[in-house]
Design a protein around this ligand. Sequence first.
Ligand code: SF4
Length: 407
Amino acid sequence: MSASLSYDTLVAERHQYLQPLIAAENPIIGYIYPHAPLELFFAHQLIPTLLWAEPKVPGAYEASLQTFCCSYSRNLFSQRAKNHLPTLTAIVFPGGTCDSLQNLGDIWQARFPEDTVLRLTYPVARDETALTYFTEEIQNFSKYIEVSLGHKFSMKKYNEAVALLAEFRAATQFITAARIIQPECLPYTEHTKLIRQFLTAPGPQALQLIEQTVIQVQSALRNEQLIPSVEALRYGILQNNLADLSIPLSKQGPRIMVVGGMIDPEGIAVLFENAKTSADIESAEIVLDLLSFTYRTVFTSSPSLQGNPFHELAQSILSAPAEPTQEGLPNRLQFLQHVFDQFAIDGLIICEQSFCDPDQFEVPDMLKLAGKKKMLTVRLPLDPEFSDQARIEGRLQSFLETLSARR
Ligand code: SF4
């Protein structure tokens, strides 16, 4: 039996990814909500890093936060209170997403006045009015960065960032589509790690690792002439047009899908791999997750270099697959239905962050849909530290055993 994977080790690696940037005294901006305007930060000579929950810093009760704040917000706040966050030039909070992050941003500013706290307020809808509003909001946000940090907007840096992020998205979209067709081509643990490494320290080095992986995946798929199918699937997902695709899926083992919001995909990968080993069902694979920091980040269209950068950025962010924090549950459910129909999903893992209202809001409808398809489901109540690892792995183990017995 192989040794258990450890989530703590993966998280510790993130500090190592950031270390060269900190040592070179690069100005780093931390963000929490996945749909941040990364290209804009680069244009202002800031390097964005996606912050994470720290398992060694439990999100204890914090009197200044409202009782409705989720465990993820609590962990971030505790990290700041205990000086465990990486060195940041600024931190950006979203407005208009969930109450928890709104409260976290407010309290952070009051408790740590020495921090540079920025806020970008998102529209809840996705129509033309939302686009007009958000274009203006991003432009004002850009001006505020110039004033508060003294970092001017550089068109040259913006263009470079658009190219960097576009390559990251294209490469990770390809890997995601390839794994839906043939999940054996790259372990889910590797897939989530590559994405996280880039989002922690985005730059040419992290991109190179992803592009090398794409070459390996392509050479594995080329023998079976699967590359055109992967590209067709990738475009089908981007255009939200899955219904007419004919997809040559590998049916080796139980095919599992993961849904949820701001859950750490690397943590899910660890829990799943350990449960798989305990259940002795090595052929089971997570073929797709719809989590915020993987699928919803990767399948965002890149801004066009033609036209007003603020408008293009707004359009790019609004093109991302919608979060549970946004309007549009019927559309999300319709997409889920297409995924169930087209990707031959055998089992569904539903992740719920503790005290996350948006996650809780979506679950009953997802369960109803999975029930109609007679799909086996398991609900995982999680805290961001994955502190209940043994119990959750036990639950996943029984899920996999039941699934395997059904096939
Ligand atoms: S986990 Fe849920 S409640 Fe917490 S910040 Fe994310 S969306 Fe908001």
